[in-house]
Design a protein around this ligand. Structure first.
Ligand code: GTP
Ligand code: MG
Length: 334
């Protein structure tokens, strides 16, 4: 299965060298020995990250292993400065962050949060000063100029983290995509086999006509996901910035308490700070629960401290209440 959803790329970036300052002396018809007039070198090109609201993935960068900005040009005579090296602009979707590949201690140094936002990842080298800058009373004819500053080369990791308000967390087949399709206009694939969802889906949920929030459906998690089982946990990066995590626990399960613990455990393994987020629980597929004893059993297994709702995407039971609960929780956080 190939996917066009690319949310991680590693690129070698190099800013441009600064142009050298020039050593040059004025030559004029009637002046035997002109003064120094060597111009400055131009700045090397920057590597710039730029937000583009039209982009949704990093696919356009998938095969781009190197991005180099141009070097600045050297200065020349008659005080003329060298041209600046052209900047290299990397356009990325909103929600992209940049990290240095080789420096784990400084995890994130740039984050694109809005359209047309520009962040300089690597600065181009400054141009060197030409010899005209070094003339003094005691040094009338400086025979030197500054070299340009060198370029900088770094491996940069770009990662896309979706910006949603609510992230769905659940086992495969819990009904996450079905829920998203019921509450939003998103049309994720739905099927009765695990791992139907291979890439995250986002949907805008309209709430009482004039408000809305964004829900993210990510691939299902299973026990051992942190060790790479199933689709692993790399998709969890897409719920790292969601303010609410909605756990979807299927009423088909005999032990939703255990399911919940397993999901928490996998989240914690990926990133313990995920557990600081506000959690909500929805027990899905309640239409299959026909007797009261079954319902009571499910409720008894739920953790007391987490708000919960029993829902069915098929009969729409609890869907409005779920939206209410999510909206209220979001509003409390503002
Ligand atoms: N009875 C019943 N079945 C449901 C309900 N919601 C989803 N299903 C069914 O459960 C199966 C899985 O649904 P999906 O929405 O694809 O589940 P998912 O959590 O997105 O699964 P993955 O993408 O594999 O992680 C499908 O056959 C759905 O039709 C529900 O409310 N009631
Ligand atoms: Mg799905």
């Amino acid at each position: 299965m190939t996917s066009n959803f690319i949310d991680y790329v590693k690129i070698q970036c190099r800013s441009g060298k600064g142009g050298a300052g020039s050593v040059h002396f004025r030559r004029e018809k009637f002046v035997a020995k002109g003064g120094p007039d060597g111009g400055d070198g131009g700045r090397g090109g920057h590597i710039i990250l730029k937000g583009n609201a039209q982009l949704w993935t990093l696919l356009h960068l998938k095969y781009q292993k190197h991005i180099f900005a141009d070097d600045g040009e050297g200065g020349s005579g008659a005080g003329s400065s060298g041209a600046q090296g052209k900047d290299a602009i990397i356009e990325v979707p909103i929600g992209t962050i940049a990290r240095w590949a080789d420096k784990d201690d400084q995890p994130i140094f740039a984050e694109i949060t809005h359209d047309k936002q520009e962040i300089v990842l690597l600065s181009g080298g400054r141009g060197g000063l030409g010899n005209r800058n070094f003339k003094s009373a005691t040094r009338q004819a400086p025979q030197f100029a500054q070299p340009g500053e060198p370029s900088i080369t770094e491996w940069v990791i770009l990662e896309l983290k979706l910006l949603a308000d609510v992230g769905l967390v659940g086992f495969p087949n819990a009904g996450k995509s079905t829920l998203l399709s019921v509450v939003s206009a998103a049309k994720p694939e739905i099927a009765d086999y695990p791992f139907t969802t291979l890439v995250p889906n986002l949907g805008v949920v309209q709430y009482r006509d004039y408000q809305s929030f964004v829900m993210a459906d990510i691939p299902g998690l299973i026990e051992g996901a942190a060790e790479g089982k199933g689709l692993g946990i790399r998709f969890l990066r897409h719920i790292e910035r969601n303010s609410i995590l909605l756990f979807l626990l299927s009423a088909e399960s005999e032990h939703i308490d255990q399911d919940y613990k397993t999901l928490l455990y996998e989240l914690e393994k990926y990133n313990p700070t995920l557990l600081h987020k506000q959690r909500l629980i929805a027990v899905s597929k309640m239409d299959i629960v026909t007797d009261d004893a079954h319902k009571k059993r499910l409720i008894k297994q739920l953790p007391k401290e987490i708000p919960h709702i029993m829902i069915s995407s098929i009969t729409q039971q609890g869907i409005l209440e779920l939206k209410d609960l999510i909206m209220q929780t979001l509003q409390k956080q503002i």
